[in-house]
Design a binder for this molecule. Structure first.
Ligand SMILES: CC(C)(COP(=O)(O)OP(=O)(O)OC[C@H]1O[C@@H](n2cnc3c(N)ncnc32)[C@H](O)[C@@H]1OP(=O)(O)O)[C@@H](O)C(=O)NCCC(=O)NCCS
Length: 187
């Protein structure tokens, strides 16, 4: 079982498990078209978002493959919840994991997305003995693709119209990073 020590601190951020008081932040985040644009999830009711928050509250440990860590991203300076980061344990056999990230548009372009996900990549490689971390995004999601490039992830695939999302065929980009590549970048 792998459980980070909470909160995880970075220079400007605190990553921690979600709690009930995060509902207003979740509502504000998940009602913005620019946030939902390239996500699988669409517009949801208050009750549906509250149920999603309830589920997130328990996603704090990786016990078996398929488990997810879903953490709130809080600004240290104000205590405001400005997004979430995800680490999914894909396979124990293949030692693989997947990352995900969402930051409120008011805070985009300040490097906060990259700052928030780095500790989860560290955790995957250092504490879970993961060999390969991947990230996926819609082919049009330039901010997400740029963020993964900045992390040093390799763009490995551009899958053309491989998914049907929100009424249209969409391309998907796949990025990946190996443990030795991450270690080399930390030196
Ligand atoms: C993807 C996301 C998390 C990035 O958050 P962020 O805090 O802005 O991330 P960062 O500032 O660390 O990096 C984003 C990079 O993309 C760049 N960028 C942002 N919008 C861009 C655009 N439309 N075109 C090109 N580059 C863009 C930024 O300039 C930055 O690169 P830089 O540091 O070289 O200038 C944020 O855009 C988001 O939450 N989007 C909505 C949800 C989403 O799509 N999540 C990803 C699902 S795969």
């Amino acid at each position: 079982m792998a459980i980070p020590r909470y909160p995880i601190e970075t220079e400007r951020l605190r990553l921690r498990p979600f709690r009930g008081a995060d509902l207003p932040a979740m509502l504000s985040l998940y009602r913005l078209p620019e946030v939902l644009r390239y996500l699988y999830v669409g517009e949801r009711s208050v009750d549906e978002i509250a149920a999603a928050l309830e589920e997130r509250k328990s996603k704090t440990a990786l016990k078996t493959e398929g488990d997810k860590l879903v953490l709130a991203v809080e600004l240290k300076e104000t205590g405001q919840c400005i997004g979430e980061v995800v680490l999914i344990w894909l396979s124990a056999t293949h030692k693989s994991a997947e990352i995900g990230f969402i930051i409120h548009p008011n805070f985009h372009g300040k490097g906060l997305g990259a700052e928030a996900i780095r500790p989860l990549i560290d955790f995957a490689f250092a504490r879970m003995d993961i060999h390969r971390v991947i990230g996926r995004c819609d082919g049009r999601n330039t901010a997400s693709a740029r963020l993964m490039e900045k992390l040093g992830m390799r763009r490995e695939a551009h899958l053309v119209e491989n998914e049907f999302v929100k009424g249209e065929w969409t391309d998907e980009l796949v990025f990946a990073l190996l443990d030795r590549e991450w270690q080399a970048k930390q030196r």
